[in-house]
Every structure is written in C-alpha cells, then in structure tokens.
Ligand binder design. Structure first.
Ligand code: HEM
Length: 142
C-alpha cells in the first residue's frame, strides 16, 4: 500500500519523537511483548530476558533503530531491509505470526509516551508502516 503525504509526515514525526530514546522505548516494547506473549521469549532463549536486562534494552534499541532506518526509506523497504529480512527468514526463522505482536507493542509504547502526537491519523499511518516493515521482513519465507 503506498504511503500518502500525511502518512509520511506522521511516520517521520513519530520516529523523530522516538529517536532520542530508542533504548528506553525499545526495552519497554520488548518487555511488553514478552509479558503479553510469553512464547515469543523462546526466540531469545540465549539472552537474559528478565526485567531490566541489558540484553533486552540492546535488542529493543536495535529494533527501533531498524524502524528508524526504514522510516527514511519508505519507497524502497525491500532494499533497505534486505539483510535484516535474510536474517529473520533464514537464520532466526521467526514465525511470521509473531511480527504483528511486536508491532502492536511498539504502538502501545508510542501511545503511552507521545499521547499528543499519537492522533488517530498518526496511529493509522504508523500501523500501516509497521505492517509494511513486517511484510518486508518475512517476504523471504515464501
Ligand atoms: C534480531 C529488527 C521482529 C526475533 C534483530 C535485529 C534487528 C531486528 C535490527 C538485530 C540484527 C543483527 O544484529 O544483525 C526487527 C524488526 C522487527 C523484528 C524491525 C519487526 C518490526 C522480530 C520478531 C521476533 C524477532 C517478531 C521474534 C518474536 C529476533 C531475534 C534476533 C533478532 C531472535 C536475534 C537476537 C540476538 O541473538 O541478539 N531483529 N525484528 N524479531 N530478532 Fe528481530
């Protein structure tokens, strides 16, 4: 689905709000994912996923930074996320059904921390964006 001018504006704006705090916000998104969907922890069994773990914080920051990178490449997500897509499909073998769970938790974190910016329009735009990122990350499964 193509991104409209207002989608692009809202996606960029929300990313700019998140960018200074990727560790804090990313950690919260991962922690909410693990608490609300404990089976997702199985992919991270080699890491310490307890509350306050540095590994969760680092993973959250990596995820959000990848999302930031994607937000700057809305017209070529396939190229921008190619390595990450190979990694999730071939090395990590993450079941595609998990992506929307993480995306939902990222949206929750945005809604909590940036309520003024998380308008219904911005919510819809970021949801569309995260769905496109996810679709790109699991595109190589087929
Ligand atoms: C690793 C991004 C969804 C499981 C990573 C890395 C990034 C990333 C940037 C680090 C890659 C590297 O170091 O080369 C994303 C994004 C996602 C997403 C943007 C969706 C919006 C998921 C989901 C799962 C998952 C849904 C499983 C529930 C993992 C695992 C690793 C990883 C297990 C390796 C962790 C480690 O060993 O350090 N992801 N990811 N990812 N991701 Fe994802």
């Amino acid at each position: 689905m193509p991104f409209s001018a207002s989608d692009r504006h809202d996606i960029t704006h929300l990313w700019e709000k998140m960018a200074p705090n990727v560790e804090f916000l990313g950690e919260e998104a991962m922690e909410r994912l693990f608490k609300s969907h404990p089976k997702t922890k199985t992919y991270f069994s080699h890491l310490n996923v307890e509350h306050g773990s540095a590994a969760v914080r680092a993973q959250g920051a990596k995820v959000l930074n990848a999302i930031g990178h994607a937000s700057k490449n809305l017209d070529h997500l396939d190229e921008a996320l190619s390595n990450l897509s190979d990694k999730h499909a071939h090395d990590l073998r993450v079941d595609p059904g998990n992506f929307h769970l993480l995306c939902h938790n990222i949206l929750v974190v945005l809604a909590i921390h940036f309520p003024e910016d998380f308008t219904p329009r911005a919510h819809a735009a970021f949801d569309k964006f995260l769905a496109a990122v996810s679709e790109t990350l699991y595109s190589k499964y087929r």
